[in-house]
Design a protein around this ligand. Structure first.
Ligand SMILES: [Zn+2]
Ligand SMILES: [Zn+2]
Length: 141
């Protein structure tokens, strides 16, 4: 039996965190994880509703259950992937997605005092007081 793509290597593109090597079922899960755990903020792929472009070398499989020959570490922000090496992925992400934004593209300053986030800050302050009291109550402080 011959598949039409028999000359390509089947590969699974994993969503692996380069900081802790955990893998996630989708790029967006990985992005959330990296933001929450490592405070590394990445944007989702602009073409997230499209399929990965066709590769000359690989035939991509999309499920872990599918038999595949190779695991690639995919970038959650673009179509970059690296083979076997999380360091390459880390370097790519740092260079392509985390380098400093040129000054002209920086977000304009907002007047935070007029922001509706004030309510949120109140909640945070309240939570601070609650946890301080709780610590006192538990005798941990
Ligand atoms: Zn991680
Ligand atoms: Zn990328």
């Amino acid at each position: 039996m011959r598949f039409k793509s028999a000359d390509k290597i089947t590969a699974f593109v994993d969503n692996t965190c380069y900081e802790c090597e955990r893998s996630y079922s989708s790029p967006s899960h990985l992005i959330n994880h990296m933001a929450n755990i490592h405070h590394i903020h990445l944007n989702p792929r602009p073409q997230s509703d499209e399929e990965r472009p066709v590769s000359k070398k690989y035939e991509f499989t999309y499920r872990r259950l599918t038999t595949y020959q190779r695991v690639l570490f995919g970038c959650p922000s673009c179509w970059f992937y690296s083979y076997r090496n999380l360091q390459t992925l880390a370097k790519h992400i740092q260079n392509s997605h985390l380098s400093l934004i040129p000054e002209s593209e920086q977000m304009p300053e907002y007047d935070t005092s007029l922001n509706k986030n004030v309510a949120e800050q109140d909640v945070l302050k309240m939570w601070d007081e609650i946890s301080t009291n709780l610590k006192k109550f538990l005798g941990t402080e």
